[in-house]
Design a binder for this molecule. Structure first.
Ligand code: ADP
Ligand code: MG
Length: 338
């Protein structure tokens, strides 16, 4: 008799959860990204105790069809990817079909959703991967999902959690950046009853920026605009007088996705080069648009890292676009002065 057996679904989900659900902010990220993909105009996020006792995300997007409710919690079940061709031109934030089953494997989840304006919908409760309720529910169009007692059945992971302050810090940082990426969506974030963020969803990125960093910082921002056959760039960088002690004030968005990119950060800093004192960094929020085929987002389950296919061109384009705004020109050797 052979020794190999295929893991059952529940165990496979718990293992995947180890990668997808590192801490409360990972749950917030996955739920909020689903809400963005659902195309609504408001997303309300409620957190208790750093997300360890409660994370609730309510959107007014498309909602989940009756027939899809249970399927949404199955591994590799997604409405966003159909064939391997799609993998090379991903337009949505999600596509792996792993988030909901992973979260449900390590928490108590309640999902209420309706695709109808009539308000007729479904409520599904699932605990540690086991469905405990499935019934009709009256709810406005959209999805209302609550995650309670995260890691209740994985004590090793729970023990590893940092303070409530640290966890809400990670959550707020992520929500702030996603709000900057989607100025057309009105976000609220509440923690233990206090409001940490409210954006208006007017579509004005500078207004969202002011909600995150304050209106005096917003006044010190310069608009950036760049065009290139393969890319476009929009956003704001701070005037060189407004600096910070670290790089955390730089937010890079690619096709609506907040990402971390060493390459893009380097290009931004290079554009400022001698304009900033040593060890001081700018504030920036920059959105890059490009054809999805120029970008590989399937590098890590968190989808925060991406690979660009034409790095040197991209770097130069970003550096030059920002350099122009800062009044810097690349030194082009011209005819010698008379
Ligand atoms: P993915 O986002 O990679 O597709 P998820 O596990 O996060 O995988 O979600 C599974 C599916 O559930 C999604 O493809 C989508 O069809 C549905 N879904 C999840 N959240 C929402 C939501 N807030 N609104 C509408 N549909 C949703
Ligand atoms: Mg998702």
């Amino acid at each position: 008799m052979g020794k190999i057996s295929v893991l059952d679904e529940q165990l496979a989900n718990q293992i995947a959860a180890g990668e997808v659900v590192e801490r409360p902010s990972s749950v917030v990220k996955e739920l909020v990204e689903n809400a963005v993909d659902a195309g609504g105009s408001t997303i309300d996020i409620t957190i208790e105790e750093g997300g360890l006792t409660l994370i609730r995300v309510v959107d007014n997007g498309s909602g989940i069809e009756d027939d899809d409710m249970k399927l949404a919690f199955f591994r590799h079940a997604t409405s966003k990817l159909k064939s391997s061709k799609d993998l090379f031109r991903i337009a949505s934030l999600g596509f792996r079909g792993e988030a909901l089953p992973s979260i449900a494997a390590v928490a108590k989840v309640e999902c209420i959703s309706s695709t109808e304006t009539s308000g007729l919908g479904k409520r599904l409760a699932i605990e540690g991967g086991t469905i405990t309720a499935y019934e009709e529910a009256n709810t406005p169009q959209g999805t209302d999902i609550t995650v309670r007692d995260l890691f209740y059945n994985t004590p090793a992971r729970l023990k590893y959690m940092k303070s409530i302050q640290t966890e809400i810090g990670h959550i707020a940082d992520y929500v702030n950046r996603l709000a900057l990426a989607h100025p057309g969506i009105a976000f609220t974030l509440k923690h233990n009853g206090s409001l940490l963020l409210r954006t208006l969803g007017s579509g004005e990125r500078l207004q969202t920026f002011a909600a995150v960093y304050g209106s005096s910082a917003a006044k010190a921002m310069l608009p950036v605009e760049g065009e290139h056959p393969d890319y476009d760039l929009r956003g704001y960088v701070s005037k060189p007088e407004l600096t910070r002690a670290n790089r955390n004030g730089i937010t890079v968005i690619v096709n609506g996705r907040y990402i971390r990119s060493f390459i893009v950060n380097q290009a931004i800093l290079q554009a400022f080069h001698t304009l900033l004192p040593i060890n001081r960094f700018p504030l920036a929020v920059l959105e890059l648009g490009m054809h999805p085929s120029l970008l590989d987002v399937n590098v890590h389950p968190s989808k925060m890292e991406v690979r660009f296919s034409k790095e040197p061109e991209l770097r130069q384009f970003i550096e030059e676009s920002i350099g122009k705004v800062l009044g810097r020109q690349r030194h082009i050797p011209g005819p010698a002065a008379p």
